[in-house]
Design a protein around this ligand. Structure first.
Ligand SMILES: O=C(O)c1cc(=O)[nH]c(=O)n1[C@@H]1O[C@H](COP(=O)(O)O)[C@@H](O)[C@H]1O
Length: 315
């Protein structure tokens, strides 16, 4: 069984980039052709939305699979469509894996140990996609109920070769409301970071990185730099690039000098790029897939130029 971090790093080496495409479908922003075909088939219904989300994401997967190592479906948008949406999420995860992509399911789960176990069984398949209903390689988890609530996820990740990304310092404007509170000389997010570093270094078992990662937002570059240094064995998932204002310079410190140790997520900035200039003018809605491809390539070039990702060596 190959651990998550090794599979992720091989995919990064193979594609020569750490760009992560977020799959966050939103009904109002889908291309008109996809919406009208769903409306014709199913009327204005949850089934229609779910089928449109699935089609949109599958077409994005076709475009980005040759370019990037991984995708991150956001469970919320699928859950919003009810049972058919959840089925669409499952199909999208499977299709992405069949296309050779690493899948990080963003569901931000977390609960008392026995309940956390059920979430872990539901979402963490690791290397074998048949071992969980939502067969993700890795899952985002919320640690704020305590380390005991992370244990079932860690255990499952270790059994199946899966990965976790624990929320440490998030990208939203109010991230500091609770996460920056100081107790006993450190902030809450630093205390969480130290816990994640302990888990991941045990998991790494002498290797450079473990499979227990952390979410740290691109929108707080100072904290990102500090956390990279504080969590040496922890691979980072960095959201907030693009639509939330984070730049390649802001995320440069997330990487080690070889260009490994982090993936940088962009969701709306890529999947809805056909709605925003200059790609909107260049491609228009009719050629939305070309706009998505172009946006992904621009992000890849930006990371290669302004971050240590440019130092990745193909092996
Ligand atoms: O865990 C996440 O991925 C996440 C954590 C965080 O701190 N901030 C954050 O934006 N995210 C997710 O990353 C994605 C960002 O989307 P864009 O802002 O469109 O690139 C969304 O799916 C968010 O839910």
């Amino acid at each position: 069984m190959i651990p998550y971090i090794q599979r992720l790093h091989s995919a990064i080496q193979k594609k020569q980039t750490a760009a992560l495409v977020g799959l966050d479908p939103r009904w109002e922003q889908l291309p008109e052709t996809i919406r009208s075909s769903a409306l014709d088939k199913h009327g204005d219904s949850m089934i229609g939305r779910a089928s449109a989300y699935e089609e949109f994401c599958l077409r994005i997967i076709d475009v980005v699979a040759p370019l990037v190592p991984a995708v991150k479906p956001q469970s919320a948008f699928f859950e919003e469509c009810g049972p058919e949406g959840v089925q669409a999420l499952r199909n999208v995860i499977r299709a992405a894996r069949d296309a050779g992509l690493i899948v990080i399911c963003d569901a931000k789960r977390g609960d008392i140990g026995s309940t956390a176990q059920a979430y872990a069984n539901a979402y963490l398949a690791g290397e074998d996609p048949s071992s969980a209903p939502f067969a993700a390689d890795a899952l985002t988890v919320n640690p704020y109920m305590g380390v005991d609530t992370l244990q079932p996820f860690v255990q499952r990740a270790s059994e199946v070769g899966g990965g976790l990304y624990v929320l440490v310092r998030t990208s939203n404007p109010g991230a500091g409301d609770f996460q920056d509170r100081t107790t006993e000389g450190s902030t809450l997010f630093e205390a969480v970071a130290d816990g994640v570093e302990r888990l991941s270094s045990e998991f790494a078992n002498g290797a450079e990185y473990g499979s227990i990662g952390a979410v740290v937002g691109a929108t707080f570059p100072k904290e990102l730099e500090e956390l990279r240094a504080r969590m040496k064995h922890v691979p980072l998932l960095v959201p907030g690039y693009g639509s939330q204002g984070g730049t390649s310079k802001d995320v440069a410190s997330a990487f080690d000098s070889n260009g490994l140790g982090a993936v940088i997520n962009s969701s709306r900035g890529i999947i809805f790029s056909y709605r925003k200039s200059p790609l909107a003018e260049e491609f228009g809605e009719a050629r939305w897939e070309e706009a998505v491809e172009s946006a992904a390539k621009l992000m890849i070039a930006d990371l290669a130029e302004h971050t240590p990702v440019g130092n990745l060596k193909s092996s």
